[in-house]
Design a protein around this ligand. Structure first.
Ligand SMILES: Nc1ncnc2c1ncn2[C@@H]1O[C@H](COP(=O)(O)OP(=O)(O)OP(=O)(O)O)[C@@H](O)[C@H]1O
Ligand SMILES: [Mg+2]
Length: 245
């Protein structure tokens, strides 16, 4: 008698994938939505002055618009990734992407009293999906903010660095926070792994997915003397030159 093969139950895998997708969306919209709230509050504050500070109100409102646009773009991008749609690659200047993300997080950095140092290489370009690269840089900076905000015995610092290294174009995000416990270091890129109350544990998993799909590498090392440094490196890049037309 022919043996009947049991049908593999795909439900757990599907539920798991759905859970990761939901966690990813929750994760990626959290920061832009926080930026919307902070800047909308700032806008109301400037309008309530007598006379109202219209220039400041206008720039806070502009930030609300940028953050809500970023949130929609990130949801679209995650949906695309879940459906395995091809990334929307264009030539983009890496320094501009880093500056744009920093701009979105300015109010949070100010609120947490974190001093930012920016060190930029000349304007190199990557052929990459802009929204996805923003997601990666944003997730790394948010982790750095979360590591630094627990500090009470030294100034809180964040350093963003773009540079040309032996292995290609690098973007580095360094904080002087508490650092990563060596015993957990191997698990930090695993989906749903988090040591934070309320953390989804999807930030670094999303980063690794995006970086690898762009042919890049992501890794971390202890900061000197404190904290953690995350590096991204991409082998293929070009130097941006202004068009003459
Ligand atoms: N800059 C950092 N300093 C110290 N630990 C870090 C840093 N970045 C990541 N980690 C560790 O890696 C874990 C996984 O990070 P990941 O961004 O994937 O998730 P999360 O930050 O915990 O949750 P979520 O991103 O949903 O808020 C963190 O819980 C933390 O233990
Ligand atoms: Mg995170």
């Amino acid at each position: 008698m022919a043996s009947i093969k049991p049908t593999p139950d795909l439900r757990p895998a599907r539920i798991n994938a759905l859970g990761e997708f939901a966690a990813s969306i929750a994760h990626e919209v959290k920061q832009p939505l926080a930026a919307v709230t902070l800047n909308a509050q700032a806008c109301l504050h400037w309008l309530a002055q007598d006379p109202p500070h219209l220039d400041q109100a206008r720039s806070a409102l502009r930030m609300v618009l940028e953050a809500s646009t970023a949130a929609s773009a990130m949801v679209r991008s995650l949906h695309g990734m879940a459906c395995q749609a091809a990334p929307q690659r264009t030539s983009l200047v890496v320094n501009d992407v880093v500056r744009d993300v920093l701009q979105l997080l300015r109010s949070e950095l100010r609120r947490q009293c974190i001093t930012v140092t920016e060190i930029y290489a000349p304007d190199f370009q990557l052929h990459a999906d802009r929204v996805q690269l923003m997601q990666v840089v944003m997730n790394l900076i948010v982790n750095a903010i979360e590591a630094a905000r627990d500090l009470h015995d030294r100034p809180r610092m964040l350093t963003l660095h773009t540079a040309l290294a032996d292995d290609g174009l690098r973007i580095s995000v360094a904080d002087n926070g508490v650092g990563i416990v060596p015993a957990l270091a191997e698990r930090i890129f695993d989906p749903l792994f988090s040591t934070k109350p309320g953390g989804t544990g999807m930030g670094l998993a999303i980063c690794r997915n995006i970086v690898q799909s762009h042919g890049g590498r992501i890794w971390n090392e202890p900061g000197q003397p404190h904290g953690t440094v995350f590096h991204l490196s991409f082998k293929e890049y070009t130097l941006w030159t202004p068009s003459r037309s």
